[in-house]
Design a protein around this ligand. Sequence first.
Ligand code: GAL
Length: 340
Amino acid sequence: MAVTIVPFGRTRAGEEVLAGRIENAAGMAVTVLDYGATIQSVCVPDGRGGRVDVALGYDTVAGYEAGDGYLGATIGRVGNRIGGARFSLNGEEYDLAKNDGENHLHGGLRGFDKYVWDMKAVPGGLACSRISPDGEEGYPGTLEVTVTFTLSEDDALAITYEARTDRDTPVNLTNHTYFNLNGGGSVLDHTLRLAAHRFCENGAGCLPTGRMLAVEGTPFDFRRPKPIGRDIGADDPQLRVGGGYDHSFDLDGGPAAVLYSAQSGLEMTVETDLPGMQVYTANFLSPRPGKGGAVMGPREAVCLETQLHPNAMNCWGFPSPVLRAGKTLVTRTCYRFARR
Ligand code: GAL
């Protein structure tokens, strides 16, 4: 395994941004930026002598700073939405930034995706760390976070999230990579299998209501592999809310997802110890130039964001995201690639 760290650019404020590259003997290579602890590229050998970069992204720091799509980024302190940008904890009310209508999204006005982290090489990969100070974006407690990206010789990219706080606080870390197993173009012909017989019902603004709906007999049934595009245009109230799939699936256990493209022959299996996964078909990704000048847009990728269910602080019955003072949170998600 070869790990190298080289300069990538500078932020508007003049901070240096580094790119770490992990490459295995089989030729799979992953680039991670210290800006946002962001996965900038995932180049997977296609078995025909070429490599497909299966992650959408930008060539410049400016792209990441300007972009609103969280491409490849680590999301925190709390991924996805918190209704009314408010929660109560230990009898106290906390007000957060409203950066998505009335709601709080992906950590607020300046989430973890918009900071330069400390990055260093570790065995098999790269570790990114940052300290989120007490009160950052309205959250209580100083949170120490380390996100470690490792690549195995059999083409599995693992992300381990570790966090520790000095005061009780909600934490829900995820990665927001937009996957396209052909390297670009529509994702609607990719097949997807999800190990989930329920998903979180969304209300207005894609905010979970706290109810779970059965996938059975709905466009949300991916228990057998099905093209993402097969039912995405169905006349279904849940699909209308977010203009496509943008829902947290309640995972049954075993591999959470298998994504496959017949065009490239690449398959990606997602494994996680987390109970939920946001399936997001890039509905809000307004057209913009990405790597190599290629234009990216809606439905050109799918995000499979392993997580605790959104709005869990306000939904009784969802697994709690509260990390207690002095406790360490450790979760792991793995994206495993194969050729079929
Ligand atoms: C997703 C979220 C979408 C949208 C997107 C970023 O995780 O579910 O509703 O906010 O991030 O554009």
